[in-house]
Structures are given as structure tokens and as C-alpha cells.
Design a protein around this ligand. Structure first.
Ligand SMILES: *[C@@H]1O[C@H](CO)[C@@H](O)[C@H](O)[C@H]1NC(C)=O
Ligand SMILES: *[C@@H]1O[C@H](CO)[C@@H](O)[C@H](O)[C@H]1NC(C)=O
Ligand SMILES: *[C@@H]1O[C@H](CO)[C@@H](O)[C@H](O)[C@H]1NC(C)=O
Ligand SMILES: *[C@@H]1O[C@H](CO)[C@@H](O)[C@H](O)[C@H]1NC(C)=O
Length: 352
């Protein structure tokens, strides 16, 4: 089928790279693939402003709100020095939760950061979402800008520098529990953002910033070139300090031209990567550098309310994970969608 012969009715069929399109909701619980047990994830609410339905994501700023950690008491406050910071008291409370949780329940705090603004974000703004989705997102770039596996723009770098400064201030002023383990999406914008965000921080020597690149923390596989990753060799050569998970393929075997992963399938793989992390990583505090669409998917799997992140923003989530024996809930994968293309190059949006 020739591209030009595809009749265009609408340009909005497939989700954009950054997951701007609304996605259908999913079964709340998804199975572990090959075992007689599965993990039921829930979000504990009442700890962060972001888990409160009254918080407005569009105007929320994690850097003016202590990452959103609520000023409150915990039932374990009488066990600690009253001079401790909110983050120290929270850390003690979470430690207590894990201590009394039994074999099948674990609590973890996920710090999920969205990459800084990428060239694809800037291009979508420049061309407008309809023209971006049906035409420009399918190109590697235009004559002056590349957005295939997009790098972050100077503005995106500034957002990551801001995150870095905020982490530094939380370490110094709040003694925040820093990540014990780091994961990142394999897309360049996240590799770069993680590098800047955690550069030069006063981290404990036993918990250095050595992120693991994991395939399934990538963005929704939209068919847009910005969501096609580089080779394993390229990632290794660009960030030799990063680990790459076992089984990571040399080339991108998941991205398909003109095909878009649907959110039900994305949530199934988000559950798989969480099962992998929760099943293999004893850390309580975990950093994940990922994307708006993928973090939205993880939040659905965790039973957290929708909370959209602006570029460079960070959301912490207190997660309860319970391993349940038997009776694995069934889920079915759905066919991917086909991108509606435009037969002619759409005009630039007119300024309003
Ligand atoms: C999953 O966990 C939540 C919270 O602990 C609980 O309300 C729910 O019943 C659990 N789901 C199943 C299927 O066990
Ligand atoms: C908690 O209080 C501190 C200072 O008292 C304030 O800076 C911070 O924004 C408050 N956090 C929230 C989430 O309201
Ligand atoms: C290419 O796209 C960028 C937006 O990302 C825009 O600023 C630039 O003007 C475009 N170049 C051309 C030649 O249209
Ligand atoms: C981050 O990037 C800088 C400069 O590009 C590089 O020197 C440094 O090794 C990187 N850090 C890690 C952990 O990859």
C-alpha cells in the first residue's frame, strides 16, 4: 500500500509520542506472565499532593512543594526525633511498613521523572498536533532539526539542571532518601535527562548513579520516529557508565512504521517491567526516568490517579505490592492501530 494512497479523514488515530491523546482505561489488575502468582499493585494515598484528586497537575510544581510530600504526621512519629525533616519521618514510616509487612507484601517509593523537553516536543508545538501526528512525526526531522530518537533541547537541558539542583537541595535540607537503584528508558532523551539530573550529587558511595536501561520503560511505541530507539551499541557507546538489562536486543525489534501500540498493550508491558523490578530489586527507593505516556501507563497499573507531568517533572508514588498465589487474572493483548497519514504536507498552523 502506498503512503500517498491512504485516504486521510482524521489525523488523530494514534497517540502522539508524548501520549497526549486520551487512552481507554484498562483492567485494574494484570497478570504476571509465567507463574502461579501475580502482583497486585496499589498506591497508598494521603502522602503526596499528587495522589490527591484536588491537586491540579497543570499548575503543580514539584520544586516548590518538596516533591509534593505532604506536611503531616505519621503513626510512627513518636519513634523519631522531633527535629527530623518531613522526608526523614516519611522514610522511617515506610521502613516500618516494610518491617511489619510479611513475606508477600512490599512497599516501595518510585521517583518517576519525565525527560526534559525534546526536539520532537518542540516540533509538535511548532507544527501543531494534527500535522505532527499525520505527517511530521513520521519523518526523521525537517531540513534543520532531527527528532528521530530525539535529543533534549536547551530548554530540556535546563529542566534537567533544575531537577538536579532540586535533588541537591533535598539532600542537603531534607535528607531525602535518595534512590538506591536507577532505571531509564532506552530513548536518548531519557538517557540524557538521567545523566544531567543525577550528575554530581552527594550520593552514598554504596548507591552510585549507575542506571539500568530497560526496554519496557520506553514510551508508547507510537510509530513516530521519536519513539524508535537506537541500537544497543549506540547506547553503550554514548553512556558507557550505564548498565543495559540482560536480553536487550541490538536493534529495536518493537517499533513498527505506521503502527501504534495501544494503551491496553502498553499497560501489560508496564506491568511486566514493574513485576521484573519488584521481583528482583530489594531497594525501597527507586528512580525511573521515562516518558509522559509511559509514566501515565505505570500510574494506571499502580492504581494511582491520572497525573500528567510536564517535561522534566518528577512524581513520587508510595506503592504497595502484594504477591498473590494462584488465580491469575487474564488479560488479552489487542491489535495495534494504524496511523492515519496525510496525503499532502499539512500547512503550518496560523497564528492566533
Ligand atoms: C489488591 O489490593 C487492594 C489493596 O490492598 C485490595 O483492595 C484488592 O482487593 C486487591 N485485589 C485482589 C484481586 O486481591
Ligand atoms: C510543607 O511546608 C513547607 C514549609 O513549612 C512548605 O515549603 C511546603 O511547600 C509544604 N509542603 C506542601 C506539600 O504543602
Ligand atoms: C524544523 O522544525 C523546527 C521545530 O522543531 C522549526 O523551528 C524549524 O523552523 C523547522 N525548519 C524548517 C526549515 O522548517
Ligand atoms: C554523563 O555525561 C557526562 C558528559 O557527557 C559524562 O562525562 C559522564 O560520564 C556521564 N555520566 C554517566 C554516569 O554516564
Amino acid at each position: 500500500m502506498q503512503l500517498s494512497s491512504i485516504l486521510v479523514v482524521a489525523c488523530t488515530l494514534v497517540a502522539t509520542c508524548e501520549g497526549a491523546a486520551p487512552r481507554p482505561t484498562l483492567p485494574a489488575v494484570l497478570p504476571r506472565t509465567n507463574s502461579e502468582e501475580w502482583i497486585n499493585y496499589t498506591t497508598l494515598t494521603g502522602f503526596f499532593a499528587q495522589d490527591d484528586p484536588a491537586t491540579v497537575p497543570g499548575t503543580f510544581d514539584y520544586t516548590t512543594t518538596n516533591f509534593g510530600l505532604l506536611n503531616r504526621t505519621y503513626p510512627t512519629d513518636d519513634e523519631v526525633d522531633p527535629s527530623w525533616t518531613q522526608w526523614q519521618k516519611f522514610e522511617h514510616y515506610v521502613w516500618r511498613l516494610n518491617r511489619g509487612s510479611g513475606r508477600f507484601v512490599q512497599y516501595k517509593v518510585l521517583y518517576m521523572g519525565r525527560h526534559g523537553e525534546g526536539y520532537h516536543n518542540a516540533a509538535e508545538t511548532y507544527y501543531g498536533t494534527p500535522a505532527w501526528n499525520c505527517y511530521w512525526s513520521l519523518q526523521d526531522g525537517n531540513s534543520t532539526t532531527t527528532w528521530a530518537d530525539a535529543r533534549i533541547t536547551p530548554n530540556g537541558v535546563a529542566q534537567a539542571v533544575k531537577a538536579n539542583a532540586f535533588w541537591a537541595s533535598r539532600i542537603k535540607l531534607q535528607k531525602i532518601p535518595v534512590p538506591e537503584t536507577y532505571y531509564t528508558s532506552p530513548l536518548t532523551r531519557c538517557l540524557q535527562t538521567a545523566n544531567i539530573t543525577f550528575f554530581g550529587l552527594d550520593l552514598p558511595s554504596r548507591q552510585p548513579f549507575v542506571p539500568t536501561v530497560k526496554e519496557f520503560f520506553r514510551e508508547g511505541i507510537s510509530g513516530h520516529t521519536c519513539d524508535r530507539r537506537g541500537t544497543k551499541t549506540y547506547i553503550h557507546d554514548s553512556y558507557p557508565g550505564y548498565k543495559i538489562e540482560e536480553g536487550f536486543s541490538e536493534t529495536d525489534l518493537l517499533w513498527k512504521p505506521l503502527q501504534g501500540e495501544v494503551s491496553a498493550d502498553q499497560d501489560i508491558r508496564s506491568k511486566k517491567v514493574l513485576d521484573d523490578v519488584f521481583g528482583s530489586d530489594d531497594s525501597t527507593y527507586i528512580s525511573i526516568t521515562s516518558h509522559s505516556g509511559e509514566i501515565a501507563s505505570i500510574l494506571r497499573v499502580l492504581g494511582h490517579q491520572a497525573f500528567s507531568l510536564s517535561t522534566g517533572a518528577v512524581i513520587p508514588v508510595l506503592v504497595k505490592a502484594e504477591t498473590i498465589q494462584g488465580n491469575i487474572p487474564t488479560t488479552t493483548t489487542l491489535p495495534w492501530t494504524t496511523i492515519s497519514t496525510c496525503s499532502t504536507i499539512p500547512p503550518l498552523p496560523t497564528a492566533t
